[in-house]
Design a protein around this ligand. Sequence first.
Ligand code: GTP
Ligand code: OAA
Ligand code: MN
Length: 607
Amino acid sequence: MTATLDRSVAPTTHTALLQWVQECAELTQPEEIVWCDGSPEEWTRVTDLLVETGTFVRLNADKKPNSFYCASDPTDVARVEDRTFICSRDSADCGPTNNWMDPDDMKALLTERFRGSMRGRTMYVIPYCMGPLNADEPMLGVELTDAPYVVASMHIMTRVGTAALELFTKDGKDDQEFVPGLHSIGAPLAPGEPDVAWPCNDTKYIVHFPEERLIWSYGSGYGGNALLGKKCYSLRIASVKARDEGWLAEHMLILKLTSPAQKSYYVAAAFPSACGKTNLAMLDPTLEGWKVETIGDDIAWIRFGEDGRMYAVNPENGFFGVAPGTDYHTNPNAMRTIAKGNSLFTNVGLTDDGDIWWEGMGEPPAHLTDWKGQSWTPGGDALAAHPNSRYCTPISQCDTKAAEWDDPRGVPLDAIFFGGRRRDTIPLVTEARDWQHGVFMGATLSSETTAAAVGKVGVVRRDPMAMLPFIGYHAGDYFAHWIEVGKSADAVKLPKIFYVNWFRRDEDDNFVWPGFGENIRVLKWAIERIEGKAAAVDTPIGRVPTPEALDTSGLSMGAEELTTALAVDLDQWRNEIPSIEEWFAKIGDKVPSSLRDELESLKLRLG
Ligand SMILES: Nc1nc2c(ncn2[C@@H]2O[C@H](COP(=O)(O)OP(=O)(O)OP(=O)(O)O)[C@@H](O)[C@H]2O)c(=O)[nH]1
Ligand SMILES: O=C([O-])CC(=O)C(=O)O
Ligand SMILES: [Mn+2]
């Protein structure tokens, strides 16, 4: 039985939305169409259903109330960058860092994939808003999905349901713009066919049509591929909109830092996936008197305010955080947030008493069920949790959230950090001389690949502004946009730019810098630089702290490690140059001349 859209029960009069839902239902042929209202009753209904079908295991309410464990198909655990496409009309707008296909060809191909793909399943219509509902221009979207896991996750990660849908026809103004996103796991059910716990398809397509502001996602249920408000909308589609309108959509955390003098600052930081954004956003400072509050952990939308400063908004409503390594010693605030429950845990270990565990979370229990559903005991080769296992939890229950975390005006940025995961070459912190130099640092950012994307882990690659997998257009045009934004007539006071690396290692392969709560020392130096108070050494790559300028009081690390952490090794940097040249050659003619100039002067300074 195939459902058709019954307009008399649809909770909206939005013509384009109704039309699109009807077309998608005709194509995908679901058994039922459900409009999501975002209510607690809906959460209960969907999570109950997921427990019934074996996708979810309800956790022990004494340990994690109203929370669920979930194991994905072992092949559907991360973003699939080689299956992600930017289908701009002109391939020149996609650029060499993205996969391209002609939009008409892609639609023809995927239409056949989507035909009947929801048979035997329910199509959920999820209206949502990225960013605060009371924004001047609320950023609306609708996801159609046949995965109830997506419905539950979107309840946490975005503002879903009736409150968002009301904005589609705001003040009697019909037909507000929205980003349509069609998602199917690509696993139709024949009548009577038993389902599996994590249905998905071996063939996956994560596709963006930037000019139409349209998303089609097929075959995967994993967060970054399936929760379309996140990477697909808030970064790939939003970056195109931002280019057109003169703002920035970035893969950045946002934090509020208050000094012992009770002065507050706002910092945004772009690190590639699984390179420390969530941890820095929730940092528990080891320096007396300093306070960090959280505004966002993954995405920042940055626009100029009337005062000519850059204001950042977190479009999300939850954290979709890397589980392994999260612990009361590393990220106590994340631990406290998930301890309150109302959370989903995907691909972690399930303990015998109905709690969760992952590598790095203190002592392992004597026995658990690992993410593959196997019986697990400590000491063996198997991991309890997949390296990209995730917790999904609401920001509202984070004790360190800043009062202004959902202020639609955003917060004025004092500093922008770029950072990567590099075992050598990149010092703990380097200050850019000016905006252009900072953009050069961002454009040439490099990092070792992580488990957040399918593929080899630990390979150094250029990841400009931590946006390599998320720029919705040509990377060269993106660099030019960053340069332009800095010159914009709206710009009165630009944030200062810094380049950081928490991941430098010694000869024994140990991290030289203790990281986590100790990163406050780097934040403090950056703020003191902004205030003109801290000392720095001018080096060929930028300004680094003198050993005395970095507050090391109470820090238990050897002087030798500290020297290694801060070192500017000119030979290592000379080695870096050919790969930067190769990178610019790959981007081609569209690399702005100002960034080529930066490279030439860096080469001169390195001698
Ligand atoms: N050594 C070290 N490890 C860190 C530090 N900060 C984070 N990590 C580890 O890096 C991994 C990823 O950290 P996250 O903060 O979740 O990274 P993220 O950038 O938010 O990742 P995405 O959600 O994929 O975008 C975790 O295993 C952390 O424990 C640090 O300062 N030092
Ligand atoms: O999108 C995801 O799946 C998780 C994430 O934050 C990232 O990979 O940067
Ligand atoms: Mn991320």
